[in-house]
Design a binder for this molecule. Sequence first.
Ligand SMILES: Nc1ncnc2c1ncn2[C@@H]1O[C@H](COP(=O)(O)OP(=O)(O)OP(=O)(O)O)[C@@H](O)[C@H]1O
Length: 302
Amino acid sequence: MSESNLPDYRIQSEAVRDRFARIKKRPVTMEVAGLSKTFQSRHGTVTALKDINLTIHKREFVCVIGPSGCGKSTLIRILAGLEQATEGEVRLDGKVVDKPGPERGMVFQGYTLFPWLTVKKNIMFGLIESGYDKGTAEAEARQWIELIGLSRFENSYPHQLSGGMKQRVAIARALANKPKVLLMDEPFGALDAQTRSKMQAYLMEIWKNIDVTVFFITHDLDEAIYLADRILVLKANPGEVQEVIEVAVPQPRHPEQFLSPEFIATKKRLEELIHPPKQDDDDDHLNLVRMVPVNDEVGSVF
Ligand SMILES: Nc1ncnc2c1ncn2[C@@H]1O[C@H](COP(=O)(O)OP(=O)(O)OP(=O)(O)O)[C@@H](O)[C@H]1O
């Protein structure tokens, strides 16, 4: 499809409009209000986040995208309660977040499973911590292991699993505690392309069946469009909201939609926001100096 034939990325079909209207009527799960974060470093003050405002409704899937250094990880760490805001606040069901809590599950890129525990015991760990007796925790863990299709591996250790399997266990472990919000920081970033797309489809499938709100950071534009109801686009220096996009691609999502006009139009918009055309005065061009003479190529065109 040529660019001139693309629809405006903001145009929604009636079904998509209705879906967003329904989402907005749901209760607010998480609210980010006037959030700013500065760090003091050797080079001075870094404004990692500046005046971020966002309201996320129950069972919404929000993706965050932006160039390196725009504050994505800082934002998710503040939502997790691992980092404190300099200004503003985060509220979960109306309560201010100031420390980690069981109502927020986390899945990060590095496999955060306990290497010395089996799949089953990794999933049981949080359940026992939150007061389940061993028998109930074990029964609950088994249900999750079945749901993620790893029953044959319940007694395996993380090093015996592939990257995709480890992330499935990490997701199950986070969801077993029945969090209200699942915070995911580039959870599939370390996976090869094929495993990554399987994991995306798989996460969609789980999310359809579970009452959880998802906040998901990614560098991958296709991943953001495929997964998200809304995409929060940040810019760097300082980390500010550029745009919040309601994805016009209908739900439920399926891989054929990657070629749909709405998908391509949204991707084009994200590319414009994240990789704007270079200005002449940009100072990040390569300054290549030939270090050794390559006489046979002088004047040649290659
Ligand atoms: N503990 C810290 N001390 C000082 N500066 C920090 C600290 N943590 C983050 N920063 C700075 O804050 C800004 C945002 O960092 P952050 O890691 O949140 O960005 P990001 O969007 O997640 O980056 P990437 O996509 O590369 O992971 C960067 O300029 C970073 O150098």
